[in-house]
Design a protein around this ligand. Sequence first.
Ligand code: DQA
Length: 144
Amino acid sequence: MKQLLLLNGPNLNRLGKREPGIYGSRTLQDIEQTVSDLVQTYGYKMDAFQSNHEGELIDRIHEADGVYEGIIFNPGAYTHTSVALRDAISSIEVPVIEVHLSNVHSREEFRHTSMLAPVCKGQIVGLGDQGYKLAALALLPEKV
Ligand code: DQA
């Protein structure tokens, strides 16, 4: 069965409790379930992984090569800092869509830059948890 990977970076395990005015009240588990249910209706399976550690995220990206049809990735604050994650994405064939719950462009200046966006297939920002679903759909191009 074809499969997608939903990857979340640092502090996203705090969703639901963390700054709900910015990130909403849904937990990461809720979001993972919703996206998994959606892709299942298209005959896809979804794996989910969250880590607060850059190296673990890099390992999962490497391991994804040849396994997944696409990766939905919210890299959290590593978005703005991580050359290593950018190089990991560049090292694989699997398309990655970068997702941010908040509109990073309407926030602090340091959130306006993404180290990863230039090597991603696309980027979705500011649409809350809907962004994850839209990214999943975009990775199933023959289905939408
Ligand atoms: C975020 C935006 C980042 O700037 C921030 O560091 C996060 C969450 C978002 O989903 O809006 O941790 O990626």
